[in-house]
Design a protein around this ligand. Structure first.
Ligand SMILES: C[S@@+](CC[C@H](N)C(=O)[O-])C[C@H]1O[C@@H](n2cnc3c(N)ncnc32)[C@H](O)[C@@H]1O
Length: 412
């Protein structure tokens, strides 16, 4: 976990009053996936690779008995022409060398793409590669002569250029202005302010219009320094957010301000706060003290007075948990990658709130927890009592294998 703050700009079309929310950077909101079991897709994909590598379908039987020549096994650093056949674990492209059928795993390759790649890592039976997308005129110097006529065949380019351009241009036009006092962060000296700019895209599900989320990661909490940049960006109409819209729809609030919302793993409180004006009270739980203080600050900045944020470890709840708040009508749960602890699952099954909105960045633990909530835990003699009513994946991390899912569970 890092204490590095980030400054997330949320300009929500449907919540024009809520302009100042902060959200933790991914490094502290999403811990690493540690719970892969032995039957994980990782192992499956490695088996597939090694089978395919020793039995490439282009050469099958005859080659099984024949010793592979040296040229069959790519060397580290070698550049090869590849075709991506399918996606494997973590979204890596399962690719084959065009001539020999040798299998390689490649970050960011998509099925159907033909491209040039360089071998970065070799294991016993397969290799990993990386490749850089660029304009179609990009071909490594040494290969330019040979490949020039085919260069237009290669699928290159990470995202449609131009989509982020307006935001990038607005930021580039002003961040170097000495009057603003902004400096780039230096990783060696740890001096400077601006670390990363994260741009994420989505589409309004109703209108189909593009939307952008802009996240500044900085070395210290100095929102006043970012103000001129934020003002520039908020003038761009596509900067908006869909996740909160889906959660709002799933919450299906009565609108009479009578409901209690429990926001578990609330982080900086963004989800609960988007609902707060239409409910009686929001209670947020979160383990990180700095996130709790950000949540309180977010509430204050947005003049929200019916939200209470409580610091506590949801993996260590005991019989007293729940005494600080009335029975909720709606529970939001947005755990990090390991998902919910069994103690919390048991608590939720006992509490029986009418509706749970489960937000997850890890489909594996999301599926596990939904299964527990719906079907119970047989080995612990616990019965499930929820029904999955709806599930909406949101592409919060375009061009990566990661996906955010919003799930609506209703008490049966
Ligand atoms: C995916 S983020 C949720 C972000 C949040 N919805 C927001 O808007 O900022 C998960 C959050 O769970 C918190 N967390 C992780 N483990 C926890 C635990 N055992 N108990 C309580 N909170 C925890 C993390 O610190 C992080 O803020």
């Amino acid at each position: 976990m890092t204490t590095m703050p980030s400054h997330g700009l949320r300009c929500l079309n449907s919540y024009p009053w809520l302009q100042n929310l902060r959200r933790p950077p991914p490094s502290y909101s999403r811990s690493s996936l540690s719970s892969l079991s032995s039957s994980s897709p990782l192992e499956d994909s490695e088996e597939t690779q090694s089978d395919a590598a020793t039995n490439p379908n282009t050469n099958s039987n005859t080659n099984n008995n024949k010793k592979k020549t040296d040229s069959y096994f790519p060397k580290r650093g070698q550049t090869l022409e590849l075709v991506c056949e399918s996606l494997a674990f973590k979204g890596k492209g399962l690719c084959k060398v065009a001539d020999t059928g040798f299998v390689l795993m490649c970050h960011r390759a998509l099925p159907g793409e033909r491209f040039l790649g360089r071998v970065t890592r070799k294991k016993d039976n397969y290799a990993e590669m990386e490749f850089s997308f660029g304009s179609k005129t990009w071909v490594p110097g040494g290969l330019l002569k040979d490949k020039q006529s085919n260069a237009s065949d290669y699928a290159l380019g990470l995202h449609a250029p131009g989509f982020f351009d307006k935001v990038l241009k607005a930021i580039q036009d002003c961040w170097r202005d000495p009057k603003l006092g902004l400096s780039p962060y230096d990783v060696r000296s740890h001096v400077g302010f601006l670390k990363h700019l994260m741009l994420r895209t989505g589409r309004d599900v109703n209108t189909g219009l593009p939307e952008l989320m802009v996240n500044f990661v900085t070395s210290s909490h100095r929102p006043e320094l970012l103000k001129p940049l934020v003002e520039k960006i908020t003038a761009i109409p596509e900067v908006a957010e869909v996740l909160y819209g889906i959660i709002g729809d799933y919450a299906d609030l009565k609108g009479d301000g009578s409901e209690i919302v429990l926001d578990l793993f609330c982080g900086t409180g963004t989800i609960g706060l988007t609902l707060a004006r239409r409910v009686k009270h929001v209670y947020g739980y979160e383990v990180a003290p700095q996130a709790i203080s950000d949540a309180c600050r977010n509430a204050k900045m947005n003049n929200i007075h019916n939200a209470t944020f409580i610091q506590g470890d949801l993996n260590k709840i005991d019989v007293d948990f729940g005494k600080d708040f009335p029975k909720p009508d709606i529970i939001i749960s947005d755990p990090n990658r390991p998902g919910m602890h069994m103690k919390l699952i048991k608590y939720l099954l006992k509490l029986q709130a009418p509706r749970i909105i489960y937000v997850s960045c890890n489909p594996a633990t999301c599926a596990r927890d939904l299964d527990y909530l719906c079907h119970g835990v047989a080995e612990k003699n616990i019965e499930g009592c929820y029904k999955l009513k709806s599930l909406q994946p949101v592409d919060m991390f375009p061009h990566t294998p990661h996906i955010e899912c919003v799930c609506l569970l209703e008490l049966q």
